[in-house]
Design a protein around this ligand. Sequence first.
Ligand code: PLP
Length: 385
Amino acid sequence: MRTANRIANLPPYLFAEIDRKAGLKRAQGIDVISLGIGDPDRPTPERIVQAMGRAIHDPANHRYPSYYGAQKYREACSAWMKRRFGVDVDPDTETLALIGSKEGIAHLFLAFVDPGDVTLVPGAGYPVYHTGGILAGGETYFMPMTEENGFLADFESTPKDVLARAKMMFLSYPNNPTSAIANEEYFDRAIAFAREHDILLVHDNAYSEIGFDGYVPPSFLERPGAKDVAIELFSCSKAYNMTGWRVAFACGNATALKALGTVKSNIDSGVFTAVQDAAIEAFAGPQSEIDALCALYQRRRDLVMEALGKIGIEAHPPEATIYVWPKVPAGYTSASFAEHILEKANVIVPAGSAYGPSGEGYIRISLTTPDDRLAEAILRIEASL
Ligand SMILES: Cc1ncc(COP(=O)(O)O)c(C=O)c1O
């Protein structure tokens, strides 16, 4: 059997080797703690589960869903954008339901990237910004991100010949994996840049609801002119502990969303309408669980920062997201430190380099593990050093 070259061109799966080794350890009865995946450990709020319970008994929901999202779902997304950010998006032309934002990201490449086209991707970012491009026959240009520039992807230093072939650019703040946040001035520069070079800007706002110490992440679409050049992705996954439900939405530039909708209508058949009903409850119902969720992650952030400080591992305290991004101690690379932690402490952490070249020198700690396990993991790391 001969598989396509595009499969061979994909980099090795982020967690494949770590998963294999962790599996071997677990088979020997060793207690392995994973601080790897950003998958909330708390359940979906009961009001949303109840809404799903009602929706699943409605036979109208058992049929094919709308390709683009039910009218009432798109209206709920639009109303949430208005309430949460003061941003107007037309439910008919400027919102689109997604089967999780990952699906939207991957399919955007089919809508915008022809073989040989370039996508500008954060130097450390969600891996699908890169792998989605490979699957579409495109090329990735990793925009440098450094601690000195606050991990803001440096689009302005992109070489001219790369820019001439660039069709799309991803930004994502609050950022996975660095947990950096961006200010309005940076967003405005990005809009001007995208306009000047005729590039679709995709702002992935997967962590829009997770902020600490009073920080409330903004929408990119709050900035003047953003909708002319950009779409933004929002997800129920982290905001409402709904990673398993697969529901999100894109909003913003109507031309871009039409192109994405065309791709999707030829590939998938939309989000299960009962799941859309549950997501309507998520967006339209009381939002107080989000405060509790942020308080939970903030407490875990403090616990991790204090423990890291004690063992002399440097990290900037995150103001948002569910990740801490510590520097690896001298003498290690990202990969060798992640390997050391797995071997000596039986703790899984991803190497920063797995998120792109700017991730070298860091590891990522996810705060989606119960407090006692998180504390135990840090103690074990300390003992291994
Ligand atoms: C930056 C970013 N974008 C997108 C996703 C995918 O989210 P979803 O569950 O909506 O597909 C993740 C998941 O971790 C993420 O970190």
